[in-house]
Structure formats: C-alpha cells, structure tokens
Design a protein around this ligand. Structure first.
Ligand code: PA5
Length: 447
C-alpha cells in the first residue's frame, strides 16, 4: 500500500530545507525549532504533557482488532437491514469525522444514484426549518437513529434527539423504537447514558481518554461509517500503518512526516509571521475533511493568545471567489494542499467540430488531467507570483486506507504542534463562553 507524501512546491527556500530535513540534516535556520519539535515529540509519545489523560487516540489504531470492530459491524448490519435512512445526531467531534468520511466515500450525487440506507446528519445546528423538513421526510422512510454525545448534555444534539425520539416512538411504537435507536456516549455518566440504560438502547462507549475531535476512530466515527457501507477494517489498517510510522520510540526526521509538517507549519508561523493556514484541495469530496481538520487544529492550538488560524478552500470552485485574495491580498497565510493522485473513473473531454467555447485544445484529455494542470498552475501562481508558501500532502487514492492514514497523520501532527506551541492540545475551555451566555439568555436554572 502506498503512503502519504509531503513536499513543498516549486523550489522555495523552505522546500530546500524540507529536503534537507528528510535526508537527516538539520538546517541552521530551523535548528532551534527542530529541537522544540523533538521535545514536543517526547512529551507526546511519553504521555507526560498537559492533557496527557486524553491521549487514548495515540494507540487507538493498534487496538482496532477484529474483535473490537465486530460488535460495531454487527449492529450496523442490523440497522442497514431495517432502514432506508440512518439519522445520525451529534455536533463537533461527535459529528465532523463521520460527516467528512461519509462525504469522501459515498457517491457525490447520492440523492439521485445511491441505494439505501443513507446517513442524514442532525444535531449539528439549531435550524428549526431543517428539523421540520427532516421530520416530514422521516414520515416516508424506514429509519434508525444513532445519537452521539460524549457528555450527553450538549444542547444541539439533545434538542434534535428529543424531536426525533418523539417522532420514532409515534411512528413505530415505544418497543420497536427501542430497537431502532443506538447511543454512543460515556461509559457511565451523563443524561444520555442514563436514558440508554432506562430504555435499553444498544450503546457503544466513547472512551474517557479520547476527546471529541480525536474520536473518529472510536465508535463515534466507526458506527456511522460502517452504516454507510464504508470499510472500517481498511480505515483501521491505514491508521495502523501511520501509527507505526509516526509513533515511534525515537523521532526519525527522515520518515516522520507529521514531525516534518509540524516543523514547517510552525516555522512559517513563528518565524515568517504566517498566521493562517489554508487547507486546500482540488477534490470536492474533501470539503468536509477540511471542516474536520479545522476543528482538530482550531480547538487544539487556538488558546492563550496563540495558534495558527485554520481555514480552508475548495478548488477549483473557490479560485473563482477566494482566488483573488489568495493571489493578491494581505500575505497572512501559507497553503497546505491535499493533492489527490488518482480518480476512480475515466472521462475525457469531448471534441466538438464547431469549437465555439475554444476547448478543443483539451479534447480527448481526461478531466482529471485538466484538474491536475489547474492544481499545478495554481500552486505556481500562489507560491511564485503570490509569495504564498505551498506545502503539499500527496494522497495516492481516495479510499479508506488513505483516509485512515490521513486522520492519524493529522491527529499526531496536531498533538505535536500543540506541544511545540506549549499549549494543552487536548482541552477546549473557550467553547464554554457562548454556552454560558446562551443558557443565561434562555433562563436555564442556575445559569
Ligand atoms: O472536541 C470537542 O470536545 C467538542 O467539539 C465536542 O466534540 C462537541 O462539543 C460535542 O460534545 P459531546 O460529544 O459531549 O456532545
């Protein structure tokens, strides 16, 4: 199986330094920072830093044995048999991982071409019209529900679950509804756990030592993915191969692509003043992968007045909107391109005698070839004319194995980056501020 690869584009000085690091050298400009990353690596792998009680994700891929996956696959199969739609309720880390991978791995025009069951997400916002439409649609389909909340007390999924639970109990009766609801929550505490025990819902556990944004390889992500027909065994294999490569006893700069990535993003931030990282792609299925990545890095690094602001753009679409700013606006950012190296199908641009649109120069060429040239041309324009440093992560195939690798790669790099910045990458104290105000405004007792 092929691995992810990391490079810089177009002979920038940083590109030459990356090549030096990959060959085991220590470029002078980077030496101080390289030592900081080395220290962060030890803090992470020896589990001795701030938030070390949330490092369960570090060894998680290796624990995804056949026995561990079997109950998830079994329940998913049961739900697949009895539902046309799976309603998956959750927010933040209890939503984005599954959403990202479902978007990557299921047909893009699913509403027209896909068989059942389909995953519909809920509990990730508070839009009344969305829920009215959802409940109306659920009148016409057989469905099952998976509600995911580690704390079991988060407002958005709690409200969504109230609405859907009322609907499913009316539609199927309380007894049958019980067979159609699965809960993924804490092993012993929280409102959802209490409810699951009272009602006898099947439940899966979110491990105590894995925080929301690092939880996609727990039942939080694995159950909805298995339901969508995604091969979670292959996903686990990809993550396992990345764990072997990155989570080693000693840091090997020649092979540890997460350390290389951390070094260069922190170099660009700390020494070049690039405060924003723009994660881009030329593959529309990666749109939500960018959303997952933004939560991972935003919640992990953005604290104590520090942190690279994670942002994303989807090309070529956004070249027709954000492209102008990226090319000529304030030089705030560097760009990390998720570069997809293959497509699953082949399609060539048709030849037209009249050639009114003047596109015959690409007639007979694959659409993916045009896209590749768009990527190459964009990276050149951004890095050379636009002075935007462009890092590239090359992904051999958009499949479960590569996605498993990519998830663990970013999680590891995120832990490493947080420790390099000397923050706790595993807490998120700032997310409470809006909740306090909202609860006060809503008149919650004690708020
Ligand atoms: O990363 C996090 O911890 C958060 O984004 C949570 O995942 C999110 O707030 C949802 O929390 P819960 O699973 O407790 O409902």
């Amino acid at each position: 199986m092929e691995n992810l690869k990391l490079d810089f584009q177009f002979g920038l000085e940083a590109g030459q330094m990356l090549e030096a690091v990959k060959s085991g050298q220590k470029p002078e400009k980077l030496s101080g920072l390289q030592s900081q990353v080395e220290e962060a690596f030890l803090t992470l792998t020896r589990e001795s830093g701030k938030g070390h009680e949330f490092l369960g994700w570090l060894h998680l891929p290796g624990q995804l044995s056949e026995e561990a996956l079997a109950p998830i696959l079994e329940k998913a199969e049961d739900f697949r048999k009895k539902s046309q739609i799976l309603v998956c309720i959750g927010i933040g880390g209890s939503y984005l991982g599954a959403k990202a991978l479902v978007e990557c791995m299921t047909p893009q025009l699913a509403q027209f071409i896909m068989g059942y069951p389909r995953v519909i997400f809920a509990g990730h916002q508070l839009c009344e019209d969305y829920y009215s439409e959802l409940l109306a649609a659920l009148n016409h389909y057989d469905y099952t529900v998976c509600v995911i909340s580690k704390s079991g007390t988060t407002t958005e999924p709690a409200i969504a679950f109230r609405l859907v639970r009322e609907h499913i109990e009316k539609k199927y009766g309380k007894e049958e509804a019980r067979q159609r609801i699965t809960v993924i929550t804490d092993k012993e505490k929280g409102a959802l756990k209490t409810l699951a025990d009272q009602e006898g819902y099947t439940s899966f556990v979110v491990p105590d030592n894995v925080g929301g944004r690092y939880s996609v390889l727990t039942p939080v992500g694995l159950f909805p993915l298995a339901l969508s027909g995604i091969d979670i065994r292959k996903l686990a294999q990809g993550a396992q191969s990345m764990q072997k490569l990155l989570c080693t006893e000693k840091l090997d700069w020649t092979s540890n692509i997460a350390a290389q990535y951390t070094l260069f993003r922190q170099y660009l931030y700390m020494q070049q003043g690039k405060k924003v990282e723009l994660l881009t792609n030329f593959e529309p299925r990666l749109l939500y992968f960018g959303e997952w990545w933004k939560q991972l890095f935003g919640e992990s690094e953005g604290k104590e007045g520090k942190g690279i602001f994670p942002s994303s753009a989807n090309f070529t679409t956004d070249l027709h909107s954000l492209g102008q700013y990226i090319q000529e606006g304030e030089r705030l950012f560097f760009e990390t391109v998720l570069s997809m190296e293959s497509q699953k199908t082949e399609l060539v641009v048709p030849f037209e005698e009249a050639d009114l649109d003047k596109m015959n120069f690409v007639a007979g060429k694959r659409v993916s070839y045009v896209n590749e040239k768009a990527e190459e041309g964009t990276c050149m324009a951004h890095s050379q004319q636009g002075s935007v440093p462009v890092l590239r992560i090359r992904i051999p195939h958009l499949d479960e194995y590569s996605l498993g690798q990519l998830i663990y790669f970013f999680e590891f790099a995120c832990g490493l980056s947080g420790y390099t910045l000397e923050v706790n990458p595993f807490d998120q104290p700032g997310v409470e501020a809006y909740k306090k105000n909202m609860f006060k405004l809503l008149g919650k007792p004690g708020a």
